[in-house]
Design a binder for this molecule. Structure first.
Ligand code: SF4
Length: 379
């Protein structure tokens, strides 16, 4: 039986720090405390290590990629929102060198909104505070799926007070909740008047929301901030964004710090431009804009059509796990928290250091990008 390891989980933005694992004969033999998502993440990552060993990592593979880069005039770099800080910084340096468009595969509006709320004081300081809150409101998210142990904590401590909201029109729902407290004689459905009264009674609470509620864009985010502001007139309310990706906010913050913009930027010789709608990853791929697409980390939400385009065109994937689709080149890279250390951000903004549990020889994404960018100027 292998030795028990204590570690921090890289597989969702809760980044639980109390995991105990046993690896025996190159397989995950024991995992606690229970979390299906974490256990599956580790089992896949550990078996992925042996798949990586079989993949050619010779300089010939890198040389072929280097030649493609030399020939490319429209380079698209797509980041996954699971990447650690070093990989994102490496991708920024690489994109500057090759005058690329740099985008993120995930929806990132929620992260921007979460950062705005943090600035406004609407985000929790630490997860520990949640246990003491009176009311939980879940807006189009199921923490049990995205962040299993958070879902468990809510179930155990707070479920009796939880309100679930999943209306077809979130904007209308927030407006009704706001009006429900103000007795303006509007024709508000009883459901919302009752919920508004329940929320109003609580002196503290947290609103969890996911990407689905933000799809309608600016009007929803504005109304959301106004609602939180209303709630904070009489109590202490927080909001928390729950993304499926494990470092959504960390990726956006690193980009903001280095470029002044979130994803969807285009680097030119001495400037950087920002166009959130025009330079979206899937839109550019579907338009066949890039003559070379470099994916750093696996995209979670791309459509089948987008993958079909990627397979047809020249695509390079840097990822720890073998893909289920067929990019032109797959270069296996180390994964923070499995075979290399790395820094990510927890969902409430706290920086978390991930340590390797099975160090091996796979290069980091940052090392490969630096190697590819090392020969000759190309700005
Ligand atoms: S809740 Fe998230 S961070 Fe915690 S063990 Fe499960 S997958 Fe890992």
């Amino acid at each position: 039986m292998g030795e028990e390891l204590r570690t921090t989980c890289p597989f969702c933005s809760l980044h639980c720090t109390d995991l105990r694992l046993t690896i025996d004969g190159g397989r995950l033999a024991d995992f606690s405390p229970p979390c299906e998502k974490g256990q599956m993440g580790y089992a896949n990552a550990i078996s992925g290590l042996s798949a990586s060993r079989k993949q050619s990592q010779t300089r010939t593979a890198l040389q072929a990629v280097r030649l493609s880069l030399e020939a490319a005039s429209r380079l698209l770099v797509v980041l996954s929102a699971d990447l650690d800080r070093e990989a994102v910084e490496g991708a920024i340096r690489f994109s500057k060198k090759f005058s690329a468009i740099l985008t993120c595969a995930e929806e990132y509006t929620g992260s921007m909104f979460a950062l705005a709320m943090k600035t406004a004081g609407f985000l929790t300081g630490t997860l520990g505070e949640l246990r003491n809150l009176e009311q939980v409101v879940l807006c189009g998210v199921e923490p049990g799926q995205s962040h299993p142990r958070l879902g468990e904590m809510i179930q155990k401590n707070l479920l009796s007070q939880a309100i679930f909201l999943d209306p077809p029109d979130p904007l209308e729902a927030i407006r009704w909740l706001r009006l429900g407290n103000e007795e303006r004689g509007e024709n508000i459905p009883d459901f919302y008047t009752d919920i508004a009264a329940q929320i109003q009674k609580a002196t503290s609470g947290v609103v969890f929301f996911g990407p689905k509620w933000l799809e309608a864009g600016l009007p929803v985010t504005t109304e959301f901030l106004l609602w939180l502001n209303d709630l904070n007139r009489t109590g202490r309310w927080y909001a928390q964004y729950l993304s499926l990706a494990s470092n959504n906010t960390g990726v956006v913050e690193t980009l903001l710090f280095a470029t002044g913009f979130p994803p969807n930027v285009r680097f030119k010789a001495k400037s950087v431009g920002y166009s959130p709608r025009r330079w979206q990853a899937e839109r550019l791929i579907q338009m066949d804009w890039p003559d070379l697409c470099l994916l750093i980390g696996r995209p979670r939400h791309f459509s089948e059509q987008t993958f079909a385009r990627l397979e047809k065109n020249r695509t390079i994937l840097l990822d720890p796990l073998a893909p289920s689709w067929r990019p032109h080149d797959w270069l296996p890279v180390a994964q923070a928290g499995i075979d290399v250390s790395g820094q990510v951000q927890r969902l409430d903004g706290v920086p978390i250091a991930l340590q390797p549990i099975m160090p091996m020889e796979r290069p980091t994404a940052n090392a490969i990008l630096a190697d590819l960018a090392s020969e000759g100027p190309r700005v």
